[in-house]
Structures are given as C-alpha cells and as structure tokens.
Design a protein around this ligand. Structure first.
Ligand code: CP3
Length: 375
C-alpha cells in the first residue's frame, strides 16, 4: 500500500532522523518504520513472527553476572537509570530481539505505595510488613509514578532513542492479584494460604487492596507509554492459583478495569497479558479486552490460537526448558510453534522467563533461527 507523505520528507529518512515515524493515515495500516512487533500485533502482514524472550536480561548472561558483582543490590540495579539502561540493552546488543523489555520488577512500584520490600539473593522478594488488615490497606498510598519512579520514565526514554524503531521498547506491570499475593504472603508462596484466607474470609479487605493496585497500575502503564514504552505486558503470574470462579471475582474485573482505563487514554497501545499455567483460564483471559495473550507451554499453540479466536494475538509458547536441549531440538520446536500459531498475530517467545543456567549460545541459536524464519 502506498503511503503519501505530504511533508515531502523522503520516507527512508524517517526511521533514523525523526523521533516520531512518518505514518500512513490510511485506516488499518501502519508506517513501514514501525517495529515488526507492533505490526504483527496489529495484524499487518509481516514476513516472520517477531521474537523476544521473557527475562531476556538476567542471570543466565555473563555480562549481567558481572554487573551483579559490582552492584549486588537488585534494588540498585533496577532503580539506577544508567544501570537499568545498560542491563536492558545487554540482550539487545548480543541477540537483537524484536522487543527490548525494561529491566525492572513487578514489585518496583511497591515502595512508592508505602509497602517496603527488597529482593534478596537466594530468597527472592521479601515484603517487610505483610498486609492482612483493613488498617494496613488504608496505609497503602496511591502510586504516582513520576514522583516515585522517575528513573523508569528516564530509562524508557533513553531506550527508545537507543533502539530507534529497530525493535519495540516494552514496559510491564504486575497485575493486582499477583501483586497482592506478594504483599499478603510476604514474598513468594507455595500454597497461597494467606491470600486465600483473606479472599475467602475477609474478601472486602482484599478487594480494597486490589482496587488500589488497579488504579495505580493503570496509571503506571499510562506513565510508561507516555515515556516511550510501545507495548506493555501485564504479568498476572499467579492468577492461575485461583479457580475460574475465583478468578472471575479477584482478578478478571481488575484486569478489565486496567485495560479499559488504558484503552481510553492510549487506544493504540498494545497490551499483552501473561498468566503462568493459564490453560484453564484462556477464554476468561480473552474477556479482559487485552490485545495479546502470552501462552505458557502447557497449552498447545494450535489449541490456544483456536480457543482465543482470530482477534487476539498470541505470544509464546516454547518451554524455557527447551533451551537446555540440543540445537536441532530448539530449531524443531521453534518451527513447530510458528507453524501452529499460523501466519501473523504471533510473537514468538518462551512460555515463561529464561531459567538461570540456560546456555547463552542456545539463546543465541534461538534468536538466529527465529529471525531466519519466513512465512
Ligand atoms: O523480562 C525481563 O527481562 C525484564 C525483567 C523482569 C524481572 N522481573 C527482573 C528480575 C521482569 C519482567 C520481572 C517480572 C516479575 N518479577 C514477575 C513476573 C514474571 C514471572 O516470572 O512470572 C514476578 C513474579 C516477579 C517477582 C520476582 N522478582 C521474583 C519471584 C524474583 C526472584 C526470582 C528468582 O529466581 O530469584 C524476582 C527477582 C528478579 N527480577 C530477578 C530478575 C532478573 C532475579 C534476581 C536477580 O537478577 O538478582
């Protein structure tokens, strides 16, 4: 389709020199300068699926381990603009993924909401004063990103300049139920007994906490988009601990509220939803109004695609364990996933984050094979 540019700037000039790409105004089309990932999500005909990996910056990379030796505090690594930019760009420099995700954590907003926390090596997230009472929920402050996490906006702005339309810059937030699970349990949990006790005996308290996270995360997505994020992933990693009927009460309405709010202010911003182990909930995830559902590997991609319908794009869904396999096995699994996802509206990714100990050369192989695919 021909894109007529009335300002007489050569189209080839647009991607490198202008901050905003020249875009076609024809409905349903996107300028050629748009990153592949955005085109794929919007249903534009693309030659291959875009690819990025969850946790693509992290401990499996030697260069990240080196930074960790110099800066042992996760909070420092994720709250200092220079470090955030450097770490986010580590996989970009090596693998050239089609999406560059901000290095941060879903828990990063908590201190700005008056919920002190840390991420401790070998232990994971620690919430110092887990929330169980209405009085504690009252103390939770509304999140004002520009005041509490200005380094996130600054880092995203720099990432946009560095990546320069060659890939999409991705932001992310935690979903209300998943954030609540950390702050009620006090950290990672195996049986989620504390949050279930709250949900099933004092649901009003949990609902008021979920509402605070909902308002705050909608605002956080808007802030990330205003500062350079071109798509935002919502992690509801632990929503699948809920049975479907409880998901409908404690997660779905809040996800929907976030998505409705963001769609009003940022109608073109693609939103991706990830829940680990979501096979039993796929149709319900689609009800949130999200643009992309990120599938874990317990669902066959062909089944996932069919169950979600033609309007929703899919992301995933290679088992992260495949990256411990032989190169031939990795190649076969990528091809199988891409074939089952069908042409377009697919972002190739893992079904969850890369695991510690994954050989970097296998990650390199994954990207090489993925980027050589042509529909
Ligand atoms: O994907 C990316 O590359 C961006 C970085 C990112 C991190 N955390 C960095 C991180 C993202 C997207 C997250 C999201 C996140 N954080 C989720 C949702 C995704 C998922 O895994 O389901 C969750 C549940 C958290 C909470 C969290 N943060 C946990 C459970 C842990 C401990 C994990 C462990 O293996 O120790 C963290 C710490 C964390 N966040 C690490 C990284 C790279 C590992 C610690 C470190 O590098 O020092």
């Amino acid at each position: 389709m021909l894109c007529v540019n009335t300002s007489f700037v050569p189209i080839s000039f647009s991607s490198s020199k202008l901050r905003t790409p020249i875009s076609c105004t024809l409905p349903g089309t996107v300028a050629a300068a748009e990153p592949l990932l955005l085109n794929a999500v919007r249903g534009v005909d693309v030659e291959r699926p875009p690819v990025w990996l969850m946790r693509q910056a992290g401990r499996y990379m030697k260069s990240y381990q080196t930074i960790c030796e110099k800066y042992p505090s996760f909070r420092e690594r994720s709250e200092n603009v220079d470090l955030v930019v450097e770490i986010s760009l580590q996989p970009w420099h090596v693998f050239k993924p089609d999406g560059v995700i901000l290095f941060s954590d879903i828990l990063t907003p908590l201190s700005g909401m008056n919920i002190p926390f840390d991420i401790v090596k070998g232990k994971g997230p620690v919430i110092f004063d887990p929330i169980h009472t209405a009085a504690q929920v009252n103390e939770v402050r509304e999140f004002i990103p520009e005041d509490s996490v200005p380094y996130v906006g600054e880092a995203l702005t720099i990432l946009r300049k560095e990546v320069d339309h060659k890939a999409a810059v991705l932001g992310f937030v935690g979903a209300p139920f998943t954030l609540a699970s950390y702050v009620v349990e006090g950290g990672s949990s195996k049986n989620f007994s504390k949050i279930k006790r709250l949900a099933f005996s004092e649901s009003k308290i949990l609902h008021s906490l979920l509402q605070k996270f909902t308002t705050s995360m909608a605002r956080y997505i808007q802030y990330q988009a205003d500062n350079g994020a071109q798509a935002v992933q919502i992690f509801d990693s632990w929503a699948t601990e809920l049975s479907p009927v409880d998901f409908e009460e404690f997660s779905l309405p809040y996800l929907k509220q976030i998505i409705d709010t963001v769609k009003k202010s940022h109608p073109k911003l693609p939103l991706i939803l990830y829940a680990s182990g979501s096979g039993g909930l796929l149709e319900r995830l689609a009800l949130t109004g999200v643009d992309v559902v990120s599938l874990d590997w317990t669902v066959d991609m062909a089944d996932g695609r069919r169950r979600l319908g033609p309007n929703i794009a899919v992301q995933g869904n290679v088992d992260p364990g495949v990256l411990f396999g032989s190169k031939d096995f990795i190649t076969d699994r990528i091809n199988d996933t891409v074939r089952k996802a069908g042409r377009g509206k697919h972002i190739l990714n893992l079904g969850h984050g890369i695991k510690v100990g994954t050989p970097e050369e296998n990650v390199a192989h994954f990207f090489e094979v993925a980027k050589s695919i042509r529909y």
